[in-house]
Design a protein around this ligand. Structure first.
Ligand code: PLP
Length: 371
């Protein structure tokens, strides 16, 4: 029992019967994709749940980000100020749009972009800021918006981790010009694979519609050079089922998160990240910051857990700017906090069905690492 293998996450799924019942109508209509009935229904329900003025569903979070960036029509080679402390998708989406990422440092306290360092990176070529609400920790949206307004920049948030989070009583997807969410199997809410862009300007909806469906506007009419990034009906139905249970999933995650916090906060050298005042949480991840005062390095702790069949993850190490495909290609002058955090961060297992017994196993290893 004590050797049961524990992975960092486990996908939430509805009961088998619930999903099977929900997909039955597809065998009557044979309408299984192309913005069908369930796609439209999920769009409506998510708009409500996320508290956003506009939403467009996508095949995954990465395409949501790629197409959100593309929808603004930035000139080739323009600069986008972003963070290297994120999943590789964030940087890929910028570069695949033929734009240049300019890497800004993050705050060691919460991992989000350091808003005090953004302004010095703005040049004639800057067109946008692309921050990440990393682990669901909310960025300093006020200061980011102030800088964007001052220099006429767009703000696109990678909110892949921030499903359902509200900040100052507004859905997190209301901030900036657009935000993207990921509904990947490993995220708090999933449609197996899926994602969405949220926005306020209704013109963005039409543009994204073209970009996700080949620009087709009629049987004989193509108006834009679009891609294919539509969510299919099986995925949309998985989303409708999972959405019914997401509040209770988050509630279960909260209990596990609180239990971790109560047991880890006293350990010397283990630091927990902060969340901004005024923001709700979704308990998507359990990051711990292994600092120099702890008895061993982050990598040693990672190995110790692994020896005991517990698979934590080094989210996010290496920094995206240090990956083989980007190394030495883009500006990253002052990212010392990001480097330190990335060298010390470890994401512990957290999912709704993780038992207290198994969390105790993990906590014991972290407490007794020196024994
Ligand atoms: C998961 C993730 C994405 C990409 O989403 P997919 O649905 O996997 O394509 C983008 N950015 C961040 C920060 C993510 O964690």
């Amino acid at each position: 029992m004590s050797e049961e293998k524990i992975l960092v996450t486990r996908s939430s799924m509805p009961d088998y019967e619930e999903y099977i019942e929900a997909i039955k109508p597809l065998w009557e209509t044979h309408m299984i994709t192309n913005m069908g009935k369930f796609h439209r229904q999920l769009e409506e329900e998510l708009k409500e749940y996320l508290g956003v003025p506009g939403i467009s569903l996508m095949v995954n979070g990465h395409m949501a980000l790629e197409l959100a960036i593309q929808s603004f029509g930035f000139p080739e080679g323009a600069e986008v100020i972003t963070t290297p402390f994120t999943f590789i998708s964030t940087t890929h989406a910028i570069v695949r749009n033929r734009l240049q990422p300019v890497f800004c440092d993050v705050k060691e306290t919460d991992g989000t972009i350091d808003e005090t360092k953004i302004e010095s990176l703005v040049t004639e070529k800057t067109v946008a800021i692309l921050p990440v609400h990393v682990y669901g920790n909310v960025c300093n949206t006020e200061e980011i918006q102030r800088i964007a307004d001052k220099y006429g920049l767009k703000v696109i948030y990678d909110a892949a981790h921030a499903f359902g989070i509200r900040y100052q009583d507004r859905g997190i997807g209301c901030y900036g010009d657009a935000s993207i969410f990921s509904f990947h199997a490993t995220k708090v809410f999933n449609t197996i694979e899926g994602g969405a862009v949220t926005f306020s300007d209704p013109k963005i909806y039409d543009k994204l519609y073209n970009l996700k469906n080949f620009g087709i506007r009629g049987e004989e009419l193509v108006v834009d050079v679009g891609s294919n990034a539509k969510m299919n009906e099986f995925a949309a139905i998985m989303g409708l089922c999972n959405l019914k249970h997401v509040d209770s999933e988050i509630e279960k995650r909260k209990k596990i998160y609180d239990y971790y916090i109560n047991n880890l906060s006293e350990i010397k050298g283990i630091r927990l990240l902060e969340q901004r005042a005024g923001a709700t949480r979704n308990y998507a991840y359990m990051p711990v910051y292994v600092t120099d005062e702890y008895g061993c390095s982050r990598d040693e702790l990672y190995e110790k857990l692994k020896e005991k069949n517990i698979f934590s993850r080094k989210y996010f190490y290496p920094l995206t700017c240090d990956q083989a495909c980007f190394k030495n290609k883009y500006k990253n002058l002052d990212i010392n906090n990001a480097r330190r955090l990335s060298d010390g961060i470890l994401t512990l297992p957290l999912f709704s069905s993780l038992s207290l017994q198994n969390i105790d196993r993990i906590i014991e290893i972290i407490k007794n690492v020196l024994l």
